[in-house]
Design a protein around this ligand. Sequence first.
Ligand code: UN1
Length: 497
Amino acid sequence: MTHAEILAAAGLSTAELTGGTLPVRSPIDGAEVARVHETRGPEMPAIIARSQAAFRAWREVPAPRRGELVRLLGEELRAAKAELGALVTLEVGKITSEGLGEVQEMIDICDFAVGLSRQLYGLTIASERPGHRMAETWHPMGPVGIITAFNFPVAVWSWNAALALVCGDPVIWKPSEKTPLTAIATQKIMDRALARFGDAPEGLCQLVIGGPAVGEALVASKDVPILSATGSTRMGGIVGPKVAARWGRPILELGGNNAMIVAPSADLDMAVRAITFGAVGTAGQRCTSLRRLIVHRSIRDDLVARLAKVYGKLPVGDPRKAGTLIGPLIDMGARDRMLAQIEKAKAEGGKVHGGQAVEGVKGGAYVTPALIEMPGQTATVCEECFAPILYVLTYDSLDEAIAIQNEVPQGLSSCIFTLNLREAETFLSAAGSDCGIANVNIGPSGAEIGGAFGGEKETGGGRESGSDAWKGYMRRQTSTVNFSAKLPLAQGVQFEV
Ligand code: UN1
């Protein structure tokens, strides 16, 4: 299919694709595929006011009925999966199966949220006073600002939106400036679900497109009590304090520097497959991508030799072509940053396999992934570079491996390959990995939506997606009801008048 056919199949009209100020390029070949209209800064107060008005209506709709909207969204996404997946491939350069996987992730969170809409449970708590009942209720919180990154241009919105909507919160979405087209197409899918739903308030799900002024309005507004932002640690370092300073609630999912420890007992065939998907899948552009391999000295040479062999024959190229495993980086700037990072690692004693610019499709930023044997965990290894670079480090004892794993400032995802129960459980224990995600015999990326997603330290501390992450989108109310005819005070305090 041509670029134009993919855009048309995803339901994008000429009016949406032309006449605007924001140029959109496909990383596949660097071709400009659209000029999209941007939201202007002065429009933001009215957009936020609409969201507040929608909130006042939506919070009174029973949660299971709110879940019906998300159920319809899931249905519409199922119907549009192929077309939206192909658009993800066009706009981000993901291989076909990963483009489809991204849409599947949206469908999965919709299913999860529909179930959740009947399970927004609070606790009942034993009161110390006779004739009293204590309970906790979860209430809608208000508009949620969602700022998403280019690498999961639509799935991250859905993790936030599906939960927010069943929790009774409207959403305002600001996608990455690099990926407005998948956002517009997704908004149209949402609009179809809204139309079928019938009586949702106007302004429940809004999309704003543009640069910092638009994001800044969401970050600064007291009328946007929750601000969920995915992106770099640098961005989170600006957004987080601003939201906190106005007493808003930030949900941050920022940088990762994810590691795998490979122990002597590891099943190396499995480890090699997990390492390869983790490090080079999505061209190394997942927050959860594998960036550091911490290998026991006794198996290091064997593992590096196996990886070097696999790396030598990885199919890089057009992401639409069957058989391609590594598509382009998002743009030439990303490629330049990767090549510069490799030079820095070399200067620190790194021995590099791969890591070269290649032709792929003319105009795209194609690279062979880099495997870099490092003499130790240098400053460069501690930085996140959003590209397929995997550093190999060596360890002798498990304690040392865990210390290396935890030494970096980021804390998103981690894993260990071992068949030794003591090692596995130590890695998962309080003295083990300090990350939000810690896996055994599974790579660090490709998490299911059922678990809470996010991490500690410079990763920002936020949680999205499964488990009880929904609580981040609601406010908790503790109520004590006295059904007795006396008024006893807690803690035995006497205060007779
Ligand atoms: C991200 O890169 O921002 O666990 C999200 C994973 C995906 C989500 C990644 N489910 O790799």
